[in-house]
Design a binder for this molecule. Structure first.
Ligand code: AHM
Ligand code: MG
Length: 338
C-alpha cells in the first residue's frame, strides 16, 4: 500500500500482531488517545478564529476562553481514557492527583501520563503547541486499584510514548519501542496517515534551543555548556544556530527532524531551591523514549533521563535532549565540574 495511505490504526495493528503481547488492548488504548487528540485539534484550530468571530455563547474574555481550552484538553483525554476499559490510572500535568479507575469491569493494566496541552501560553500567537503522552504497564496486582507506585516508574519501563503537534498541520509521532513513526492528519478524511516512517535524528545537529534569558539564573557549568554551542571551538567549528519557540513539542519536533539539542537546565530563579522547569513524567520521560528510539539521547546533565526513577507525580528535571553527539558533549562538560 502507498505510504500516504497507511492509517495510524493500520500501522499499529501491523506492529502489534507481530509482537508477543498482541492483545488488541494496547491498540484500543492508542486509538482512544488518537480520538482525544483529534477532538483537541479541532478546538485548537478553532481558537485562532476567536479574534475574527468572537465568542458565541457568553461574554467571557479571550483569556478565560483560552484558559478553558487547557482544561478542555485535559477533560477530553482523561474522560476518554478512564472509559477505555484498558487503563487502571491516568495522571495529567493539569491535575494534582492521578485518577484511578475503581470499577473492576472498566479496569485494565495500563497507566497513562499525559500533558494535555503543552506550550499552551503560546496559543494566542498562533504558535504550534502539543499534547505529550507516555504509557506504562502497572506493577501492582491487576485485581486491585492502582497505586501511586504504578505511576512512579523509571523511563525505561515505558511501553510507548509520543506526542501530537498542533501546527500548520496536525501530526502524531509515536514509538512502541520499535522505532519512531510520524503521521500527518489528512483533514479531508479525518485520519492520521503515515508520512514519516522510521524517523532518525541526525547524529550531530546545527541547532541549539534554550531560553537564554535565564543566563543570570544559571550556574557556571550550565553557562559553559551554552557557551560551547555558541563558540567557534565546538565540534561544528562554528556557532550553532539558535532556535527557541518556547513550546516544547514544537522545539523538540524540529530538532528531531533536523538535528540539534534542546535544553532546559536547572536554574536559580528561586535561589533557595534551584530546579529545572520541565516535568519528568509528562515531558522528559516520553520525549526521552522518542529521542532514544530515533537514535538520539536525553540527559539531566549527569544521568540518562530514562534511568531516572520518578518520586513525585509532578517532579521537575533539567533536560538536555536531541542529537547523540550534542547531548554527549553536554554530559562531558558537566563531568568536568564534578
Ligand atoms: P507549560 O507546561 O506550563 O506549558 O510549560 C512548559 C513549556 C514548554 O512547552 C517550553 O519548553 C517551556 O515551558 C518554555 O519555558 P520558558 O518560557 O521558561 O522558556
Ligand atoms: Mg507541559
Amino acid at each position: 500500500m502507498p505510504m500516504g495511505q497507511i492509517t495510524v490504526t493500520e500501522h499499529l495493528l501491523y506492529h502489534q500482531t507481530r509482537s508477543h503481547e498482541a492483545t488488541g488492548r494496547f491498540t484500543h488504548l492508542l486509538s482512544d488517545l488518537i480520538l482525544g487528540a483529534k477532538i483537541v485539534a479541532r478546538e485548537v484550530n478553532k481558537a485562532g478564529l476567536v479574534d475574527i468571530l468572537g465568542f458565541t455563547c457568553s461574554n467571557e474574555s479571550k483569556d478565560e476562553m483560552l484558559k478553558k481550552l487547557d482544561v478542555f484538553a485535559n477533560d477530553v483525554f482523561v474522560h476518554r481514557l478512564e472509559r477505555s476499559g484498558v487503563i487502571c490510572a491516568v495522571a495529567s500535568e493539569e491535575m494534582p492527583d492521578m485518577v484511578v479507575v475503581t470499577d473492576e469491569f472498566q479496569r485494565g493494566d495500563y497507566v497513562v501520563m499525559i500533558d494535555p496541552l503543552d506550550g499552551f501560553s503560546n496559543i494566542d500567537a498562533n504558535v504550534s503547541i502539543g499534547s505529550i503522552f507516555s504509557i506504562y504497564r502497572r506493577k501492582s496486582a491487576s485485581h486491585k486499584d492502582a497505586e501511586l507506585g504504578d505511576a512512579l516508574q523509571k523511563g525505561v519501563d515505558q511501553v510507548a510514548a509520543g506526542y501530537v503537534i498542533y501546527g500548520s498541520s496536525t501530526m502524531l509521532v509515536y514509538t512502541t519501542g520499535q522505532g519512531v513513526h510520524g503521521f500527518t492528519m489528512d483533514p479531508s478524511v479525518g485520519e492520521f496517515l503515515l508520512s514519516h516512517p522510521d524517523i532518525r535524528i541526525p547524529q550531530k545537529g546545527k541547532i541549539y534551543s534554550v531560553n537564554e534569558g535565564n543566563w543570570n539564573y544559571w550556574d557556571a557549568p550550565t553557562r559553559q555548556v551554552v557557551e560551547y554551542f555558541k563558540s567557534m571551538d565546538n565540534h561544528l567549528g562554528k556557532p550553532f544556530s539558535s532556535r527557541y519557540i518556547g513550546s516544547l513539542v514544537a522545539d523538540f519536533h524540529r530538532n528531531l527532524l533536523f538535528g540539534g539539542i534542546f535544553m532546559y537546565p536547572m536554574d536559580y530563579k528561586n535561589p533557595k531551591k534551584p530546579k529545572g522547569k520541565l516535568r519528568l513524567l509528562y515531558e522528559a520521560h516520553p520525549l526521552a523514549m522518542v529521542v532514544e528510539q530515533a537514535g538520539g539521547l536525553a540527559t539531566d546533565g549527569r544521568k540518562r533521563i530514562l534511568d531516572l526513577q520518578a518520586e513525585d507525580l509532578h517532579q521537575r528535571v533539567p533536560l538536555f535532549i536531541g542529537s547523540e553527539y550534542d547531548v554527549r558533549k553536554v554530559s562531558e562538560l558537566y563531568r568536568q565540574f564534578d
